[in-house]
Every structure is written in structure tokens, then in C-alpha cells.
Write a protein of this length. Sequence first.
Length: 163
Amino acid sequence: MNKWIPILACVLMATTVHAEGMFSMTSSWTRDYDTMDYSGHRVTVGTLDGTTTVLESDREPFVAGSHHLSRCLVYANRSEKSYQLDAWCIVTDRDNDKLFVFADRPKGDTQAGGGGKGRWHLQGGTGKYSGISGKCDYKVEYLGNDRVINMTEDCKWNRRVDP
């Protein structure tokens, strides 16, 4: 019986399929932030609400030209020596499937005229986004009137699919 275990393990590993691809997207948000100075830190919390559009994609579930609603919870902390912005985002498509994204940015700011570069971490989701993981570089710009533009390029994603 024990001689079949390695063979069975090889068969099971061989039947696992990996889906992978690349895409780029842009987001347009309205921000609602609150900032306060606290013990040598400038702390910002709030939300981003808006839309996300897939610009290019080499395969589903990311479809070029598709539009999504997106909402993020944002936390930023600036001191004299450091800056860190973290955001937890949900991108919802027309089928109500959700992509979960964690974003981090170690430089920049959240003031009009500011922004910076960071990284998106794709962390799965519901429906067609279940099991997806990956990373993307992004650049965000804070415009006047509480508007924010984000460009995400070279998103590399993968998903393990068990037949």
C-alpha cells in the first residue's frame, strides 16, 4: 500500500492547473479623509469611493473595458522619519463578484498635488476572483476637490485551480 502513496501524490500534483495572467487598470475615486496630529505623527484615516476600469488584460476574469465599483478604507501615518499608507479595497464587478486588494505605499502624501508609488496585493475574493493572488505596482495622484486617480500597471496574477 505504501508504494502507491508517492504515485498518488504525483498524480494529484499533476492534475492541479495554474491559471495566470496580466492586466492593468485605472481607478477614479472621491476621498473622504480626516487627519489629526497625534504625538509627533500626522494620522489620516478615511475612505475612497469610485470606479475602476480594466484597461488591458490577457485573459478572464479580468476583462479589458470592464467597469467596477471600488471602495477603500485608508490609514496613513507620517512622522518626521517615516511614512506609511495602507488601504484595504474591495473592487466589485457587475456580477457582484468582489476582488480583495491590500495596497501599501511607503512614500508620498495624501494632499492635493501629492501622491506616490506603491504596491497592490491581490488577496482573493468571491465568485470569479476566488483564489486569485498577485501583485501590481501603482501610482496615485491626489487632485483638487477631493479627487484621486490611480494607475495600476503590470498586474501579475495567478490562481491554483483543482479540476
